[in-house]
Design a binder for this molecule. Structure first.
Ligand SMILES: Nc1ncnc2c1ncn2[C@@H]1O[C@H](COP(=O)(O)OP(=O)(O)OP(=O)(O)O)[C@@H](O)[C@H]1O
Ligand SMILES: Nc1ccn([C@@H]2O[C@H](COP(=O)(O)O)[C@@H](O)[C@H]2O)c(=O)n1
Ligand SMILES: [Mg+2]
Length: 208
C-alpha cells in the first residue's frame, strides 16, 4: 500500500482506471458504541470494518512473536506501537478486496496518526466521532460480557485516561481540519444509527 491511489482496475474495454482507497476513521471512548455502529454501516453502505483492537486481539491468539507484548499492553490499556498495528491494518486492507474502510479505534494517539499517514499516504475522508459520557461508557462495558481481559473496572479507568490524554487530541487535530463528524452516542442504538446514516448518505440522495 504505497499511495492513496493504490488500486488499479482494468475495465472490459481495456482502459485502466485508478481507484482511490477511501478511509473513515471511527473514534470515541471505550464502550461508546464504535463496533456496534460500524456493523450497521457495513450493512447499509458497503464498507469493510477493521477494528484495530480486534486485529490486535486476534494477533495475541495467533502465536506471533508480538503476542505477549500486545496482550500486556491491552491488559494495561496502553497503546501498542504504531508499527505493529499499522502492519495488521495494511494486511487486512489488502486481503479484503474492498476499497472503502471503516477503521475503528485508530488512530489512538499522535504516533498512530502520523505513522499511518507517513506509511500509507492516506488521508481520511472524515472522522466519525462518537461522543458519550464516561458513566454511560463504563456501564456499557461492564455489561458487555464478551470475555475481554480489559473489560474490568481497573483497566477501564486506565483506558479512559489514555482516551482523554492521547486519543482526544487526535480528534481535535482532525476537527481543526474540518474533518470531524460528531455524533451523540449516549442515545439508544437505533437513534445513534439514524444520525450516522445522515452522514454517510450522499447529499444528492438525501435531497431526492
Ligand atoms: N447506543 C447504545 N446504547 C446502549 N448500549 C449500547 C449502545 N451502543 C452499543 N451498546 C452496547 O455497549 C457495549 C459496547 O459497545 P461497542 O462494543 O460497540 O463499543 P466500542 O466503542 O466498540 O468499545 P471498545 O472501544 O471497548 O471496543 C456493547 O455491549 C453494545 O451492545
Ligand atoms: N490503535 C489501537 C487500538 C487499540 N489498541 C489496544 O487495544 C485495546 C482495545 O481496543 P478497542 O478499540 O477494542 O477498545 C486498547 O485499549 C489498546 O490497548 C491499541 O494499542 N492501538
Ligand atoms: Mg470496539
Amino acid at each position: 500500500m504505497g499511495t492513496a491511489v493504490d488500486a488499479v482496475a482494468k475495465e472490459a474495454n481495456g482502459s485502466v482506471t485508478e481507484k482511490k482507497t477511501e478511509v473513515v476513521f471511527v473514534l470515541g471512548g471505550p464502550g461508546s458504541g464504535k463496533g456496534t455502529q460500524c456493523a450497521n454501516i457495513v450493512q447499509h453502505f458497503g464498507y469493510t470494518h477493521l477494528s484495530a483492537g480486534d486485529l490486535l486481539r486476534a494477533e495475541t491468539k495467533s502465536g506471533s512473536e508480538n503476542g505477549t507484548m500486545i496482550q500486556n499492553m491491552i491488559n494495561e490499556g496502553k497503546i501498542v506501537p504504531s508499527e505493529v498495528t499499522i502492519k495488521l491494518l495494511q494486511k487486512a486492507m489488502e486481503e479484503s478486496g474492498n476499497d472503502k474502510f471503516l477503521i475503528d479505534g485508530f488512530p489512538r494517539n499522535e504516533e498512530n496518526r502520523a505513522a499511518f499517514e507517513a506509511v500509507t499516504k492516506i488521508e481520511p475522508e472524515f472522522v466519525l466521532f462518537f461522543d458519550c459520557p464516561e458513566e454511560e461508557m463504563e456501564r456499557r462495558i461492564l455489561s458487555r460480557n464478551q470475555g475481554r481481559a480489559d473489560d474490568n473496572v481497573e483497566t477501564i479507568r486506565k483506558r479512559f485516561k489514555v482516551f482523554l490524554e492521547s486519543s482526544l487530541p487526535v480528534v481535535e487535530y482532525y476537527d481543526a481540519k474540518g474533518k470531524v463528524r460528531k455524533i451523540d452516542a449516549a442515545k439508544p442504538v437505533e437513534e445513534v444509527f439514524e444520525a450516522v446514516k445522515i452522514i454517510f448518505t450522499p447529499k444528492e440522495k438525501a435531497a431526492a
